[in-house]
Design a protein around this ligand. Sequence first.
Ligand code: SF4
Ligand code: SF4
Length: 398
Amino acid sequence: MESKVDWEEAISRCVRCGRCRSVCPTFSLLHREWAVARGRIALLEALEGGRLEPTGRLEDHLSTCLLCMACEEVCTNKAPVVDLVEEGRAILVEKRGKPLYKRILAKVLEDKALARRLVALGLLGQPLWGREVPQYRGLALRTPILKGWDMLPPLVKPFSREGTQEWGGGERGTVALFLGCLLDFSYPSMAQATVDVLVELGYRVVVPHGQSCCGYPHEAMGDREGAERLKELNARFLEESGASMVVTACATCTAYLKKAYRLSIPVKDVVEVMLEAGVEAFHYGLGEKATYHEPCHLGRGQEVKGVWPFLKEILGPHLVEMRDFDRCCGFGGSLALGYPQVSLGVGEVKARAVGDTGASVVLTACPACVLQINRCLARAGVGARAFHLVEALEVRGR
Ligand code: SF4
Ligand code: SF4
């Protein structure tokens, strides 16, 4: 396997200062050295040096990292923690193979036709169990993968259709909307809201047919081959779309498209498009007291940091600050399935922070954050709901 990082150089960057302990959500939950960047890097060094076997326990220690980049932001010596953890996971996949839940997840995310068939089946069965999955009986007990999930992701008719979809006249040019998985399969109304915002800002929007998962879940699970296949497939459809820009409304997809794809056209998060349009282009449609959660892959992953002042100007007194607004919500991709108690533990901290603001609306910019925050708010009994910015802000003159 070809290494993505200069292993020795990357590991040597960690000078064991321990500064990462002050910001790591998994360390503050688990209070173990293996649950923080410093400890995880030490484990990887031992693995690489042959002093540690690629055991299931090591896999647990690496798999519980949220890849949230909070440690990298404060790291004294700029240790590339996320690249190292991803590299370590890829080594473990090579040596041990993927656990069953990761194999199933990777297969379903890669094969859109299979995902569609499963959703169709799920929609047929949904009236039998609704969205609620009781934790101590029935389905959850018989299905370990569901343990810890209060709710399955909302199961709805996918947004994408056969053939390329398009909207708008496009005096400002054509953008290709990259949907990713959650917008397509769980939040089609968020996908439609993204299209509406782009069209009302003057773009022609196309959704190129054939696009699939961005590949980041595979990369994060250590499945490099799966990630490469998806990158190649998506790049072909996006390049052939005739668009002058690729836009996504999933901060994780955008961050990965920017970092790992080599496209000949620029990639932007829809939030960047909104920031460029300026505060005068929007008004706040919900009218309720709101707070803001910054997705890791927006603030740290893409370094898009101007959302707070943008929202402050639009919402005025309706916007209240949340402590640790940029702390990870705890979703962490496959971590939410494989280690639900870690995911929910981190999510509970976020839910409490939302509750303390007294806001009834949480604005954010990633469908995974919306999913995670809403399930954690429901578990914690906090009467608030999370929305993507494209759903809560309306373009003036609609
Ligand atoms: S902050 Fe950086 S250098 Fe310090 S212990 Fe953590 S990873 Fe190592
Ligand atoms: S990426 Fe996040 S969860 Fe992982 S070690 Fe760094 S701060 Fe902790």
